[in-house]
Design a protein around this ligand. Structure first.
Ligand SMILES: *Cc1c(COP(=O)(O)O)cnc(C)c1O
Length: 330
């Protein structure tokens, strides 16, 4: 496979053990610090964007158009990467009203994104056509836009986590370790898809477990399969993937996307105060809470798992907009 990419992220990202959590669970829990892929660029999205934006430049684009929630890490990383490369960025952020300039949205403004708010309904049903219309308008002005879907979770973007899997294999050799289980949050399924595809195609026999943080496993299994349709064409694979082979751990969506319960916020405090690691409330906090809960309750997915690698996919900036939801008195 020879698909080129940009070199924007700080790679390889570190792998470190979580001593207190490992002792608590009686297994070895490691973190892959993809929250340290960069500062403005931090998080998992930059791995996908390295591939997507390479293609944008190859096609002669001068503008990136993408979309996400108001606190989208993906949107912020896209603008940051765009500015570095001399590209303009238009963001469609999902919100019924104008939002306080905070967290990722604050950084979007700092980085000079053209921010356009669209209603949750338009976002759900019309975002593709809205983005295409914006691209068409630019084209009439002699410019060229490149569209990146939500989370950059399409065929090309997913190569970022296919490659991250190879990075993990190299680190295992270096560290003299074998991660039998890899766990990540699932928001638009590109991260999970990339890791799962690499595991299956390379016949590595690991358990790759995704924890959905919006919608259920059925939805995301289907979504992963759709990404596979694109991805397999890109890499020229004839393999038929089945949704039954995907390990997606249900039960940790809570109140819904980007919404939290007091228990979830308490869990974030517990981890930050015992490990010195800050998870975000939208993705990594929910997913890691799922991992701990499932292990403590002997969920079958983790049967026999000894060395578990959790991908810390980032999200710190978004947490700042959640500061009033914590109870620090505990
Ligand atoms: C987007 C995101 C995820 C989810 O990754 P997907 O590839 O969209 O499933 C997880 N963690 C953070 C911090 C994210 O920003």
């Amino acid at each position: 496979m020879d698909i080129k990419k940009l070199n924007l992220a700080n790679l390889p990202t570190k792998i470190e053990k979580m001593p207190r959590t490992s002792a608590r669970l009686g297994r070895c829990i490691y973190l892959k610090r993809d929250d340290q892929t960069g500062s403005e660029l931090n998080g998992n999205k930059i791995r996908k964007l390295e591939y997507a934006i390479y293609q944008a430049l190859e096609q002669g684009a001068d503008t990136l158009i993408t979309c996400g929630g108001v606190q989208s890490n993906h949107c912020r990383a896209t603008v940051a990467a765009g500015v570095k490369l001399g590209l303009k960025t238009i963001l469609y952020l999902r919100s019924a009203e104008r939002q306080a300039v905070e967290g990722n949205y604050f950084l979007d403004e700092m980085l000079g994104a053209q921010v356009r708010f669209i209603t949750p309904e338009d976002y759900a049903y019309h975002r593709e056509e809205i983005m295409k219309a914006a691209a068409g308008k630019l084209e009439k002005e002699g410019r060229k836009a490149y569209l990146i879907p939500e989370g950059a979770s399409n065929g090309i973007g997913t190569l970022g986590y296919y490659e991250a899997f190879q990075e993990i294999l190299a680190q295992e050799k270096e560290m003299g370790l074998d991660f039998d289980t890899i766990v990540c949050a699932v928001g638009s399924a590109g991260t999970y898809g990339g890791l799962h595809f690499a595991n299956v195609l390379g016949k590595h026999g690991k358990k790759v477990i995704g924890v959905p943080i919006a919608a259920d496993s059925e939805h995301f299994a289907q979504r992963t399969l759709e990404i596979w349709e694109e991805f397999s064409k890109l890499i020229g694979s004839e393999e038929a993937l089945k949704t039954e082979d995907m390990l997606l751990l249900d039960g940790y969506v809570g109140r819904g996307y980007a919404l939290n319960t007091p228990e979830e916020m308490d869990f974030l405090l517990e981890i930050s105060r015992s490990e010195g690691v800050i998870f975000d409330s939208v993705y990594t906090g929910k997913a890691f809470r799922g991992l701990v809960d499932a292990m403590e309750n002997d969920h079958g997915f983790f049967k026999g798992s000894k060395n578990i690698l959790f991908i810390h996919t980032g999200g710190l900036f978004g947490l700042f907009s959640k500061k009033f939801e914590f109870d620090f008195s505990k």
